[in-house]
Design a protein around this ligand. Structure first.
Ligand code: NIG
Ligand code: FE
Length: 415
């Protein structure tokens, strides 16, 4: 057993029965002051105040003790939307963007996703693994413990499998919780331009069965948006995925009211992500579903996109999750502390709301809420200790700096 003592605030305590946190409930955050946390590799055993620890300490005389020294403890972030397997970077397009070209215009000029596809096809599995591993390490150092990782820069069978095998290796080697998402419907590859339906045929008939045969994916994704895949394409892909037990997570309504949210809800998607274009019809569709509306503040910030109506969604009673979207084109960062700050500064979310949005709600968006996303007895001991900070609100307030001092995953100190 191990115990962390003198925790200034133990943040995001939830009962074991709790699932995602929605609407006004997101404004409430349970924080225990002057606390201890007892755990081992089997999970969180107990927590309470330091006063209570005095009477328990004798029972755990052999427990290894770490003094938090005035740091806060948060559950590790769950980052439910990333594209961290990629080759090279795209700062050249960044230049184009600064000069005023839109994401769609850059894509039309052969940049964007297809630029990353060209590079990925020329990069070996080992090289991809090494660079993705580095990114994971950095994310972990910023407090992330669970990550969903997408394919989608291969866009042919061999290269999509190559990406998914890299994700499988990350899963195997890393103590982080990793889920793989098959996103061949990220863009139409150059060799299929003008033949989009034939590319969807290829995904449905060949790629999905091959990916499922090797058990390389947990989820299936489609970029269902203006200029990318249609609702009809999406339905075909989600139906094919469902035959193999692949649950959907959808890129929806980033560029237009694409119908992506409705089709996601119809196929019981775990989440619909981006959501810059959301109106009453989309909110109505999400109410009564278990699909997690997921906003990607880093991408909207980087691309200068309109802001998702997060407040309206929460006022309607919906939950909201915030993920990094770490990728080379629209969000070259996996820093979830900065995602929290963007949630507060740009979307006017409250500090309590962004804690839920980056922990339990992203855990729901990747189907791991029973074991991660909160400080709960019996859940995995995945958490971080902050440097000495005055309040939990300081986390989103102090943007840019890394406030994380150490990270524990599966009850073991990894940072
Ligand atoms: O989630 N919107 C679609 N896909 C990615 C961007 C990928 C890229 O530009 O390489 C996203 O933002
Ligand atoms: Fe994405």
């Amino acid at each position: 057993m191990q115990v962390i003592t003198n925790i200034k605030g133990l943040v995001q305590i939830l009962p074991a029965s709790a699932s995602c946190v929605r609407g006004k409930e997101m404004q409430k955050l349970e924080v225990l002051s002057d606390a201890f946390l007892l755990f081992d590799e089997n999970g969180i055993a107990d927590f309470g105040t330091m006063e209570q620890w005095k009477s328990k300490a004798a029972d755990y005389a052999g427990a290894e003790e770490t003094d938090a020294k005035g740091g806060f403890v948060f559950p590790a972030f769950c980052d439910s939307h990333t594209h961290i397997v990629y080759a090279g970077s795209r700062e050249i397009e960044y230049n184009d963007k600064i000069r005023g070209l839109s994401y769609e215009e850059i894509a039309k000029r052969g940049g964007g996703i297809l630029n990353s596809v060209d590079r990925l096809r020329q990069t070996s599995e080992d090289e991809l693994f090494e660079s993705a591993w580095e990114r994971l390490q950095t994310m972990c150092a910023y407090g992330t413990g669970a990550v969903e990782v997408k394919s989608g820069y291969g866009l042919d069978l061999a290269n999509e499998l190559k990406m998914l095998r890299v994700i499988a290796r990350l899963k195997e080697k890393s103590p982080m919780t990793i889920r793989a998402n098959f996103l061949a419907a990220h863009a139409v590859p150059r060799e299929y331009i003008g033949r989009q339906t034939e590319y969807v045929d290829l995904i449905v008939r060949e790629m999905i069965p091959a990916v499922a045969a090797e058990k390389l994916a947990d989820f299936v994704d489609v970029f269902c948006d203006q200029g990318f895949f249609t609702v009809e394409d999406t339905e075909r892909i989600l139906e094919a995925g469902a035959k193999y037990g692949l649950q959907p997570k959808i890129h929806a309504n980033e560029l237009a009211a694409s119908g992506g949210i409705q089709v996601g809800v119809k196929y019981k998607a775990l989440s619909v992500d981006h959501l810059e274009h959301v109106g009453k019809a989309e909110i109505e569709a999400l109410l009564g579903s278990n699909t997690m509306p997921t906003v990607l503040p880093g991408a909207a910030f980087f691309l200068g996109m309109p802001l998702s109506p997060v407040r309206e969604m929460m006022e309607a009673g919906l939950p909201v999750a915030l993920a990094s979207d770490f990728n080379p084109g629209s969000s070259p960062s996996g820093n979830m502390q900065f995602v929290m700050s963007l949630g507060c500064i740009r979307y006017r979310m409250y500090p309590e709301e962004v804690v839920h949005a980056t922990t339990i709600n992203t855990a729901c968006a990747m189907g791991v809420e029973k074991e991660l996303g909160s400080i709960t007895r019996g859940k995995k001991a995945d958490f971080f200790i902050t440097k000495p900070i005055p309040t939990y609100e300081y986390m989103p307030y102090s943007y840019g700096d890394n406030k994380v001092a150490s990270v524990y995953l599966n009850g073991k100190k990894v940072i």
